[in-house]
Design a protein around this ligand. Structure first.
Ligand SMILES: [Zn+2]
Length: 327
């Protein structure tokens, strides 16, 4: 292994990934001036579109990272932002509170809850070895092949990568992040047969890693230069945060302020409780007159109880999100 990879850091990462295999993690938000890779488009149900990328380690420590987000339409605008629970399940997130509350309501509340609920997404620095869309790009300076970008991907893609890490017998392990002699990730994107609404969703099932290792550039200097363009993923993720004022505006626009505003003020603005412990603060707010409302904060750290009732899968939400972001 070259100097680009830290063995200790990788072992911790691989260990975390193998623990996650047992736990089925669910759902996830953003903006900024970061250079992102345009989401790979799908081919047909028969023929996949193929993209070749190299996953790269994060700048300071770690590899790719995951975060939680909320993404939904409010009026005509699609909002996409970081869920505060990305920093720990004990953190207060007004949208997760709203989701929990709406799941207890009627059918239309439940549908709303589905829109608001948090979902999970992954992000990595990647080197793009091949993007078939470059063929249609006339001006060389707009081609993405040979450049570094941020790639955000859904859980279905991550499971392919995770496999390579957790399969200690057959997987390439740390070499999938190696810029000098690592293995490209070959994304093969087919289309799933149309769903009942006539919509097509991407199918990443055939994606795999290259059989042969290769360097991302021919000389050490060029590799050095490319590696220097990596983005600090924690900083990127933080850039997806919504300001307190914007949270408040959006909660009001979505008619959720009457229900969530009190807790919001208490915890984030410290109006009545200058307490440091957000969990304790939450528990104080459970005095709610309506018996139909479940206690806010009684199941902190757990998934939304009625998540299974969702009619739309996390992958579909992800695909939809990508579609909207491409607009
Ligand atoms: Zn949230």
């Amino acid at each position: 292994m070259s100097k680009w990879l830290k063995k200790d850091s990788y072992e911790m990462f691989a260990d975390k990934k193998s623990k996650e295999v047992e736990k089925n993690s669910a759902a996830v938000g953003g903006g900024g001036f970061y250079k992102k890779w345009k989401n790979p488009q799908m081919g047909t149900t028969e023929k996949a579109k193929e993209y070749k990328v190299r996953l790269l380690p994060d700048v300071e420590s770690g590899f790719y990272k995951d975060y939680l987000y909320h993404g939904f339409m409010s009026g005509e605008i699609f909002h996409y932002f970081l869920c505060e629970k990305s920093f720990g399940m004990d953190h207060f997130c007004p949208w997760c509170e709203a989701t929990k509350m709406l799941y207890q309501g009627n059918e239309s509340d439940k549908r709303k809850a589905n829109d608001y609920k948090r979902k999970q997404r992954f992000v990595s620095n990647i080197f793009i070895a091949e993007d078939p869309r470059d063929v249609e790009v006339k001006d060389d300076k707009y081609k993405v092949g040979g450049t570094l970008r941020l790639y955000e991907f859904p859980a279905t893609v991550e499971s392919k990568i995770k496999n390579e890490i957790t399969d200690t017998d057959q997987g390439y392990g740390m070499s999938i992040f190696e810029p000098e002699s690592g293995y490209d990730f070959i994304l093969k994107v087919k289309a799933k047969p149309k769903d009942k609404n006539g919509k097509e969703w991407p199918d990443y099932g055939d994606s795999m890693f290259a059989r042969r290792p290769s360097p991302i550039a021919d000389t050490e200097d060029d590799i050095e230069k490319l590696m220097g363009e990596r983005v600090n993923l924690d900083e990127y993720i933080k850039s997806l945060k919504l300001s307190m004022e914007d949270h408040e505006k959006l909660l009001k626009a979505e008619m959720l302020w009457d229900d969530i505003g009190n807790t919001f003020d208490k915890i984030w603005k410290g109006k009545t409780t200058p307490t440091i412990d957000p969990v304790a603060a939450l528990e104080e707010t459970v005095v709610q007159p309506e018996s139909t409302r479940t206690q806010i904060g009684n199941d902190i750290g757990q998934e939304t109880p009625n998540d299974e009732t969702s009619t739309i899968s996390v992958d579909e939400t992800d695909a939809l999100l990508e579609e909207l972001q491409d607009l």
